[in-house]
Ligand binder design. Structure first.
Ligand code: SLL
Length: 252
């Protein structure tokens, strides 16, 4: 083992932007005929990809190959599927299937051993039916759904490595992520955390832009502040209760 393998670089934090989620399309009558399960209505792909998209591509994200730091992605599908735990050991980290129903998919990202990091587990609700601003599920007739085009449901996230091993840090810095575009050229991906974006998400293949990175950071900061405020509230309450306990002890 070379020196540097076991040295953590203290105080350094490095992240890689990823997206996870799915795209779903209604099957054509012809496609349905050729399936062994005639009740299936949609084809879908669930994936973990780099956040940046390839210019002029029909795919959301995936400009960068994430195989340099991800060893395996396990997608745990609904038990109605055969071999529900799908291990993908090289890019593209994705699973394509057909089906009729939405369900929760567990996504486990295992990093390369050099990272010395625990696996990261996320959950994604497989989305087949078009978004509604309210978030209420609404299943349109199939012909209307075909007209509306593919459904996209993608979450932006950042894989953060704190105090990385020197060698792993070198590996990461030698693979800088493709920067996200600064301006919006395509629709933006819709997410319920941002219901106002429903209109801006329509009309084609969505693309993540740097604005969304900032929005994600703002949401995290907001959550952090809320946690601190909550901690302060509990601490104040605790002090109050301790005073009361002292008072009561004295009275005995
Ligand atoms: C529901 N709770 O009731 C969900 C379950 C299951 C989805 C959805 C096909 C499986 C197969 C399929 O779409 N399963 O035929 O292999 O909506």
């Amino acid at each position: 083992m070379a020196s540097g393998d076991r040295v953590r670089v203290r105080g350094v934090s490095i992240f890689r932007p990823i997206i996870y989620g799915n795209t779903a399309t209604v099957l054509t009558p012809k496609e349905r005929e050729s399936l062994s399960s005639p009740d299936h209505t949609h084809k879908w792909t669930v994936a973990v990809r780099s956040a940046a998209s390839v210019p002029d591509s029909e795919q959301v994200g995936g400009a960068d190959d994430l195989g340099y730091f991800i060893k395996r992605v396990t997608f745990k599908l609904h038990d109605t599927y055969s071999n529900p735990a799908r291990n993908i050991d090289k890019p593209p980290f994705e699973v394509s299937e057909t089906g009729w129903g939405e369900f929760e998919i567990q996504i486990r990202i295992t990093f390369i051993p050099e990272a010395g990091e625990k696996a990261m587990v996320m959950y994604h609700h497989l989305k087949l039916h078009p978004w509604t601003a309210s978030g209420e599920p609404e299943i349109p007739p199939l012909d209307a759904a075909i007209k509306a085009g593919p459904v996209h449901s993608w979450q932006y996230d950042e894989v953060v490595f704190n105090d990385p091993y020197q060698n792993f840090l070198n590996l990461l810095t030698s693979h800088p992520p493709t920067p996200l575009p600064k301006t919006k050229k395509k629709p933006v991906p819709f997410h319920l955390a941002n219901p106002g974006s429903l209109e801006a998400s329509k009309g084609g293949v969505p693309e993540f832009i740097s604005q969304m990175e900032k929005e994600e950071a703002d949401r995290l900061e907001e959550a952090r502040q809320a946690v601190i405020a909550e901690q302060d509230r509990w601490r104040a309450m605790l002090i109050e209760k301790e005073k009361e306990a002292q008072r009561l002890t004295k009275q005995i």
